[in-house]
Design a protein around this ligand. Structure first.
Ligand SMILES: [Zn+2]
Ligand SMILES: [Zn+2]
Length: 377
C-alpha cells in the first residue's frame, strides 16, 4: 500500500463503511487535507461521499455530498476547527446528487463561489439519467425490451424531484476548463462516468502529487460508465458549440480515454476518491495506478462479452446474465448491470466486433478490433 500521507489523524470514527468518519491527512510537504465521509441519502452500496476541505487561494470544499447529511459535514469540519461559513469556493466533481446535493445549503451559509466544469451549468436543467437514455439505436431498443421483461420501469421518486429542483438553483460562478490552473490545483476534464466530471490535481511544480478523482477513479469498485447518447434540440441549444458532440462526453470509450488521462499522471500520484477511501474497517489509499487497473478491467469485460455473444446471435439478457454474478443482477441492480453491458456492446459495435441483428440479438462479426482501439487511448 502506498504511504503518501505521513500522518492520518482520525478526528471522528464512522461505521464500518466509513459513514461520518472524519480525517486530517498530512503529506510530506506539510499540506493538510481535511475530509469528511458524508452519508448518501437512502441505501447505497457505493458508500459515503468523501468531501475534501483544504486551503487553496481561500478555503476550498470539493463535493459537499448529499443534502440530507449536511449536519454531519458541518460537525465533521468543526472537529478540524473549520466552519462552513468560511468556505470561499465549492468545487463540484460532477452533477450527481451524492456530490452536489448539498451545494445550496453550503452556499447559503457561506456565500462561497461555485466552481464546476464548463458543461455542468448548461446540463443542470436536465435529469442526468434521462440525458443518457435519449437514443433509439437498436441496442437501446434491446435494452428497453429486456428491462421491461424484467419488470423495470424508470421511477421518479420524491428524492429525485427534490434534487432536480435544487439543481436548478445552482449558479456556477466559475466554469472550469480542461488544463486550467488555479493556485496549487490543475483541473482535468474526465468525462465518461458523467459528462461534466473533473479531476483536480495538486502539484509541486516538479510534477503531480495528489489527484482528487471524484467518481472517475474509485478503489474497490469500478465506476459506472455512461452509455452513448444523443442530445435533443433543447439540450443542444443550451450547450456551447464545442460540446455539441455527445460522443465527446458519453460512452465507455470516452470513459476509458479519461482513465488514460489519470494513468498518464504516473503511478506515484496519490488518489483521493469520492467513495471507498475507507470501507470494511480498512483504508484504501491508492495511486493513479488504479486508473490503469480499471482500463484492464474493462478490456477483460469487453473480451468476455465478445466470447459470450458469439457466434450464434444471443439475446442481450443472456449476455448480461453471463457477464455478472447473480447478486449483481438482483432487484434494482439488474438495470445497472444491463446498462453497463450496453456501454460495452456500443464500443464493440464501434470497433466492428459485434453487431445487433434485426431480432435485436448480439452477433459476433469474427473481427477483434477492440484491442487496437484500446491501444489508441
Ligand atoms: Zn457519480
Ligand atoms: Zn458518487
Amino acid at each position: 500500500m502506498p504511504d503518501y500521507f505521513t500522518e492520518i489523524d482520525v478526528l471522528r470514527n464512522g461505521d464500518s463503511a466509513g459513514n461520518g468518519m472524519t480525517l486530517r491527512l498530512t503529506d510530506g510537504y506539510g499540506r493538510t487535507i481535511h475530509t469528511v465521509a458524508v452519508p448518501q441519502e437512502g441505501h447505497s452500496h457505493t458508500g459515503p461521499t468523501w468531501a475534501y476541505i483544504f486551503e487553496n487561494e481561500g478555503l476550498t470544499l470539493i463535493d459537499p455530498g448529499a443534502e440530507a447529511s449536511f449536519d454531519l459535514l458541518r460537525t465533521g469540519m468543526a472537529l478540524g476547527g473549520l466552519e462552513v461559513r468560511d468556505i470561499d469556493r465549492v468545487i463540484i466533481t460532477h452533477g450527481h446528487a451524492d456530490h452536489d446535493g448539498g451545494v445550496a445549503r453550503v452556499i447559503e451559509q457561506s456565500g462561497a463561489e461555485l466552481w464546476a466544469h464548463d458543461i455542468y451549468q448548461p446540463l443542470l436543467p436536465f435529469d442526468p439519467r434521462d440525458l443518457q437514455m435519449a437514443t433509439n439505436s437498436p441496442i437501446k431498443e434491446a435494452m428497453w425490451t429486456t428491462a421491461r421483461a424484467n419488470g423495470f420501469t424508470p421511477s421518479d421518486s420524491d428524492e429525485r424531484q427534490r434534487y432536480m429542483a435544487s439543481r436548478r438553483t445552482h449558479h456556477v460562478g466559475h466554469p472550469i476548463t480542461h488544463g486550467e490552473q488555479q493556485g496549487m490545483l490543475t483541473y482535468m476534464h474526465a468525462p465518461g462516468h458523467s459528462p461534466d466530471e473533473i479531476c483536480a490535481v495538486i502539484g509541486n511544480g516538479a510534477g503531480s502529487d495528489i489527484v482528487f478523482t471524484g467518481d472517475h477513479v474509485l478503489p474497490e469498485i469500478s465506476p459506472h460508465p455512461t452509455m452513448k447518447t444523443d442530445y435533443s434540440g433543447e439540450v443542444r441549444r443550451n450547450l456551447p458549440v464545442h460540446y455539441q458532440d455527445p460522443d465527446d462526453s458519453y460512452g465507455l470509450l470516452t470513459y476509458l480515454r479519461s482513465l488514460q488521462r489519470v494513468a498518464d499522471l504516473g503511478t506515484e500520484v496519490a488518489i483521493l476518491p469520492a467513495h471507498r477511501l475507507y470501507n470494511n474497517h480498512k483504508f484504501n489509499f491508492q495511486t493513479a495506478q488504479r486508473a490503469s487497473d480499471l482500463i484492464r478491467f474493462h478490456a477483460r469485460r469487453l473480451g468476455r462479452i465478445l466470447v459470450t455473444a458469439g457466434p450464434e446471435p444471443q439475446p442481450l439478457e443472456d449476455v448480461t446474465r453471463r457477464t455478472f454474478e447473480r447478486r449483481k443482477l438482483e432487484g434494482g441492480n439488474f438495470f445497472a448491470a444491463l446498462t453497463e453491458v450496453v456501454a460495452h456492446v456500443e464500443l464493440l459495435e464501434d470497433s466492428g466486433d459485434l453487431e445487433v441483428t434485426e431480432e435485436l440479438r448480439l452477433r459476433r462479426t469474427g473481427r477483434e478490433n477492440y484491442q487496437d482501439l484500446l491501444r489508441t487511448l
